[in-house]
Design a binder for this molecule. Structure first.
Ligand code: NAD
Length: 265
């Protein structure tokens, strides 16, 4: 499969290049950066720590989508919109890892999935996808006397909060309880907040250092607490899951798939 990587000079982009180059059954066909990037024309493989391959960072989105079977996107929400349009135009499958999409940006992803296979995950690690399943299961058993709190920590460069994974965990918990997350989520607490409302799902965000991604859920009742935690210590886990998804989507019908489809969970 011919794989293109948009945002190929980013933190995840370089990991993805390395993962594609080390994987069987996939060939790196090219990569792009935004038109002002300082990395344009630099060798993609060299940026990722490999020997030069002669493939250089470009900025022509259409050219990349026209030759790739699948494109992997870990960029910025505004860029992801243009990548969904290119996926439709060139009939190219898309793996979306970018987080922090607003409703309009998410609608663009859904629109693309009517024409091509789109695999979207807030977190491509296998451990987190198992945690999502466990969360729904635990939340379906523990009723409102167990307060659900979700907290996450990421490196100081992360621009969106709470993380896409924390929100996905909130969705999984809400699904387990049979409620709508929007109506029970408490995203910010500051000042005189009053007592906690039963059934709410609380979020807390920590930022600092080089933390790759920690997520915890606490189910807190009178007399006991159940805690579920996942810690990523390397971005490789996300790249591995994204490349596995890219391979999985070969010949898949148009549709919006998740990492749980890829893992048959
Ligand atoms: P980053 O800032 O290091 O990389 C993003 C790259 O995209 C940059 O190099 C930037 O120049 C490039 N870019 C911006 N606009 C572009 C455009 N129009 N065309 C091509 N490239 C463009 O960020 P990062 O840490 O690599 O994270 C990127 C995204 O991936 C974030 O949304 C992050 O939350 C998400 N992420 C998701 C997962 C997951 O498993 N789903 C894991 C890690 C990170």
């Amino acid at each position: 499969m011919k794989v293109g990587i948009v945002g190929c000079a980013g933190r995840m982009g370089r990991m993805l290049v390395a993962e594609v180059m080390a994987s069987d059954g996939v060939t790196l066909i090219g990569g792009t950066e935004h038109s002002e990037s300082a990395f344009l024309e630099q060798d993609i493989a060299k940026l990722a720590g490999f020997d030069e391959t002669g493939i250089v960072v470009g900025s022509d989105t259409d050219a990349l989508f026209s030759v790739a079977d699948v494109v992997i996107d870990f960029t910025l929400p505004q860029a992801t919109i243009s990548h969904t349009q290119a996926a439709i135009k060139h009939d190219t499958a898309l793996v979306v890892g970018t987080t922090g999409l607003n409703k309009k940006e998410q609608a663009a992803v859904v629109k693309a999935s009517n024409s091509v296979a789109v695999i979207q995950a807030a977190n491509f690690s296998i451990g987190v996808n198992l945690l999502l399943n466990l969360t729904s299961q635990v939340a379906s058993v523990l009723e409102n006397d167990y307060d659900i709190e979700i907290y996450e920590m990421h490196h100081r460069h992360k621009v969106d909060a709470p993380s896409g994974t924390a929100l996905a965990l909130g969705q999984a918990a809400a699904k387990g309880r049979g409620v709508d997350l929007e109506s029970v989520s408490e995203r910010v607490r500051d000042g005189h907040t009053g007592a906690r409302s039963p059934g709410n799902i609380g979020f807390a965000t920590l930022r600092g250092g080089d933390v790759v991604g920690d997520h915890s859920l606490i189910f807190a009742a009178d007399g006991e607490r159940l805690e579920l935690t996942h810690k990523a210590s390397s971005r490789t886990v996300f790249a591995r899951g994204a490349v596995r998804s890219a391979k999985w989507c070969e010949h898949k019908a148009p549709g919006l798939y998740s990492m749980r489809d890829v893992l048959s969970l």
